[in-house]
Design a protein around this ligand. Structure first.
Ligand SMILES: N[C@@H](CCC(=O)N[C@@H](CS)C(=O)NCC(=O)O)C(=O)O
Length: 140
């Protein structure tokens, strides 16, 4: 079991997408950044940087093990799901591009129209059920 401390941000959703893709069992613990819950002593004990995402992996030898930094968390479980045409690079990038796409579309529609490959990649990512589930975490 993995505890995922997260909120409704691109960095948080990198990890919920990865967990949905791998099918690893996880429990979501929302950390409301608007209420500064990342500053709470219990959370600071897990991540002294006071940022989400943070996980506690209960299934490692010598665990439980707290891990923070989204890149480190993605690499930690990388061996369980990497495929040649879909990787943690896609997962790490998608929540940011997805968040930026709407505002960029309103301000620079002509420029985005030239980015057919990026648009196609976004559509393929959005069509993945695990990406849809991961983007809906946490439920608030
Ligand atoms: N380099 C970190 C960045 C994490 C990060 O900036 N998290 C933000 C939300 S996306 C956060 O927790 N901010 C709260 C704060 O800075 O007080 C990572 O990739 O995990």
């Amino acid at each position: 079991m993995i505890d995922l401390y997260t909120w409704t941000t691109p960095n948080g959703r990198k990890i919920s997408i990865m967990l949905e893709e791998t099918g690893l069992q996880y429990r979501v613990i929302p950390v409301n950044l608007g209420k500064e819950e990342q500053m709470a002593p219990a959370f600071t004990a897990l991540n002294p940087n006071q940022k989400i995402p943070t996980i506690v992996d209960h299934d490692v030898a010598g665990g439980p093990l707290a891990i923070f930094e989204s890149g480190a968390i993605l690499i930690h479980r990388d061996k369980e799901y990497l495929a040649a045409d879909y990787s943690i690079a896609d997962i790490a990038t998608y929540p940011w591009v997805s968040a930026a796409w709407g505002p960029l579309h309103s301000t620079l529609p002509d420029e985005l129209g030239k980015l057919g490959n990026l648009s196609g990649w976004l559509d393929r990512m959005k069509a993945r059920p695990a990406v849809q589930r991961g983007m809906a975490v946490p439920k608030v």
